[in-house]
Design a protein around this ligand. Structure first.
Ligand SMILES: [Fe+2]
Length: 299
């Protein structure tokens, strides 16, 4: 599904973890040719850039060779790609000041990213692990929602390592390292948000029916990915999908805000290809934390 924007022309928003995230790996081809493992759609911004595709394959290969417990190899980012990070950072800095909740901004300070260089997962892990026990581990391709969510129980966040194409710094059709680090990496440096992620994983492990898994996935979507809350009388974001995109943060004010009712969120359908028209807003960070923790613990 596509929507029109001024900056990118036709724009496709990313789907995410709980939507059986496609990173574009073709397993048949991976077997046949290990140098061509990433498949990009013809309308992907990097489709015609052979150098970008080569690097995407190389980065996917890092994940395929990775064994849990090994040190995570650094991704070979180019100067152009570090500049993409800088451009995103410049857009996000004022957006975070304005729209991010205090817990997020405090974590951002702890991680202290350089404004002009994409941090490596290895570096992010050093800090995040010391705070919450969580670590980011690279993944090359399609991860089923159950696999993704269950890993959270073991304090493992499966994430992509590539960055979007340099021609569209403020747009990506798939979750990239910016969403993973600026969104999830930062929130996992919060003990309370990390605990909620872990409880999601444990709840999924206790879930057998597809219907129940879908309900939990929706709650994950409307909290960890697109959660908002009130702070000092204003609506602030704690959801990673919002916090990793200046565009999403700006659009947040147009959403219909509903009370923080998790059974209602578990029944609420969403379209990952659009800015979210409905958000569930908690009265405070502590209120969100307590209510969600209780909901997941009793699941
Ligand atoms: Fe996400």
């Amino acid at each position: 599904m596509t929507t029109k924007t001024e900056s990118t022309g036709w724009r496709q928003l990313l789907s995410d973890h709980v939507d059986a995230r496609m990173v574009g790996i073709d397993t048949d081809e991976a077997v046949a040719d290990r140098n061509a493992i990433v498949q990009l759609d013809p309308d992907h911004p990097g489709f015609r850039d052979q150098e970008y595709r080569r690097r995407r394959n190389q980065i996917a290969q890092i994940a395929m060779n990775y064994h849990p417990g090994d040190p995570i190899p650094d991704a070979p980012y180019t100067t152009e790609e570090h500049q993409v990070w800088s451009a995103i950072w410049q857009a996000l800095k004022p957006a975070h000041r304005r729209h991010a909740c205090a817990e997020y901004n405090a974590c951002l300070k702890k991680l202290d990213f350089a404004p002009d260089r994409i941090p490596q997962l290895r570096e992010v892990n050093e800090k995040v692990r010391a705070i919450s026990g969580f670590r980011l581990e690279p993944v090359a391709g399609l991860v089923q929602p159950r696999v993704f969510l269950e890993n959270l129980a073991d304090e493992v966040f499966l994430c992509t390592q590539y960055i979007r194409h340099h021609s569209t710094p403020l747009y990506t059709p798939e979750p990239d390292v910016v969403h993973e680090i600026v969104g999830h990496g930062v929130t996992l440096a919060s003990e309370r948000l990390a605990e909620l992620n872990r409880l999601f994983g444990q709840a999924v492990k206790r879930t057998t029916s597809a219907e129940a898994l879908e309900k939990l996935s929706r709650v994950y979507w409307f909290t960890i990915e697109f959660g908002v809350l009130r702070e000092d009388g204003r609506v602030k974001a704690y959801g990673t999908g919002l916090l990793s995109s200046a565009g999403e943060l700006a659009e947040m004010r147009t959403a219909e805000l509903r009370p923080f009712n998790l059974p209602a969120a578990s029944r609420q359908d969403y379209d990952p290809t659009h800015f979210q028209p409905v958000l569930f807003c908690a009265d405070s960070f502590q209120g969100m934390y307590r209510t969600l923790r209780e909901y997941l613990s009793k699941w």
